[in-house]
Design a protein around this ligand. Structure first.
Ligand SMILES: NC(=O)C1=CN([C@@H]2O[C@H](COP(=O)(O)OP(=O)(O)OC[C@H]3O[C@@H](n4cnc5c(N)ncnc54)[C@H](O)[C@@H]3O)[C@@H](O)[C@H]2O)C=CC1
Ligand SMILES: CCCCC/C=C\C=C\C(=O)C/C=C\C/C=C\CCCC(=O)O
Length: 306
């Protein structure tokens, strides 16, 4: 996909996934601001990319995503340097729980919210340049599953928050009124510094929780970024990326799931009118019963019509 001089901001892009996405933007003719709290690493990455793709295409700006002012000046500086409005924000900056739970929530969730609201303000039709644009939030499969212990729970919770935020901000009304689409990338374990910092420990944990041994290469996350950039319709979606299988979109309307379980509870009320709660094993019976019902109904229809 050609980005023909489009201006992008990628947060936390001094290294890892963010640096991979920034390079892909340049390879496709876009312009990008690399931003991070790591000045030295950020400048080194920017130098390397500037030599390959041109100094006018890439710049580095220090930004701590947890700081509103810092984010605002990242945006304004980017537009000043490139002389064009920003059209895509990739909220990629993140830390694992070993940074401390408050920092983890601050960077992964609060920082990302600052980015999302700023993007609506600056790119939207109501207050911003009005051209609209895209926000891509880097979440994780961790946002859908349970963590393995209390210590890692802030990381899992922060990513669940990102997925929820993406679903809610990326709605039809925002798209109509602001012209901004918001989607998320949810990948499994990926081969970057964040993962490899405690590789021995992480491999051991992965062994225990039975996680995949196949780390995703950064190039797969870059592919996911390309998929979201080239699909002009998706909004409020989470694109899931796992090793060795095609990417897939997590269903957008979780409401259907609530309706399904509420129907189960209604049926349960008929069987046990005085029960206060439908226990998980009741739910399991309902689920299996529902599958059996579907199977028999389909078989009967098949016999009638064929
Ligand atoms: N590596 C993995 O297994 C997975 C990573 N992710 C997510 O992908 C994103 C990128 O992670 P990686 O590239 O793996 O890690 P990384 O550690 O290589 O890159 C993260 C970058 O964010 C920067 N950063 C941290 N705090 C910041 C702040 N306050 N303001 C601005 N930048 C800040 C770091 O300096 C670093 O350069 C993160 O959001 C992470 O949660 C999601 C799933 C799996
Ligand atoms: C177990 C600790 C490893 C530390 C790795 C560092 C960063 C990891 C970041 C993540 O976001 C983890 C991503 C996904 C976890 C959730 C489910 C994975 C299920 C699929 C699989 O087995 O790969």
């Amino acid at each position: 996909m050609s980005f023909s001089n489009k201006v992008f901001i990628v947060t936390g892009s001094a290294r890892g996934v963010g640096a991979g996405i920034a390079e892909n933007i340049l390879q496709n003719g876009g312009r990008v601001t690399i931003s991070d709290v790591l000045n030295e690493v950020g400048l080194a990455t920017t130098d390397r990319l500037a030599k390959l793709y041109g100094t006018e295409k890439v710049t580095f700006i220090h930004c701590d995503v947890t700081n509103q002012q810092s984010f605002e000046s990242l945006w304004s500086e980017t537009e000043k340097i490139f002389g064009s409005p920003v059209q895509v924000l990739v909220n990629n900056a993140g830390v694992f729980h070993n940074a401390g739970w408050e920092k983890c929530i601050d960077i992964n969730l609060k920082g990302l919210m600052i980015g999302n609201y700023l993007a609506l303000d600056r790119m939207g039709k109501t207050k911003g340049h009005g051209l609209g644009g895209q926000v891509i939030n880097v979440a994780s499969l961790a946002g859908f599953v349970a963590g393995s212990d209390a210590i890692s729970s802030p990381y899992f919770a922060s990513k669940a928050g990102v997925i929820s935020l993406t679903k809610s901000i990326g709605n039809d009304l925002t798209l109509r009124t602001e012209g901004v689409r918001v989607n998320a990338i949810c990948m499994g374990y990926t081969d970057t510094g964040l993962f490899n910092k405690n590789k021995q420990l992480n491999d051991q944990i992965l062994e225990e929780v039975g996680g995949t041994k196949n780390l995703l290469p950064v190039s797969r996350i870059v592919d996911a970024f390309q998929v979201l950039m080239s699909n002009g319709k998706v909004n409020g979606r989470s694109l899931c990326v796992m090793a060795n299988i095609p990417m897939w979109y997590y269903p957008r309307h979780d409401r259907q799931e609530i309706i399904f379980w509420a129907c189960g509870a209604k049926l349960f009320k008929r069987l046990r009118p005085n029960a206060m709660v439908m226990e998980p094993w009741h739910q399991a019976v309902f689920f299996i019963g529902f599958q059996l019902f579907l199977f028999i109904a389909l078989q009967t229809l098949w016999r009638i019509f064929f």
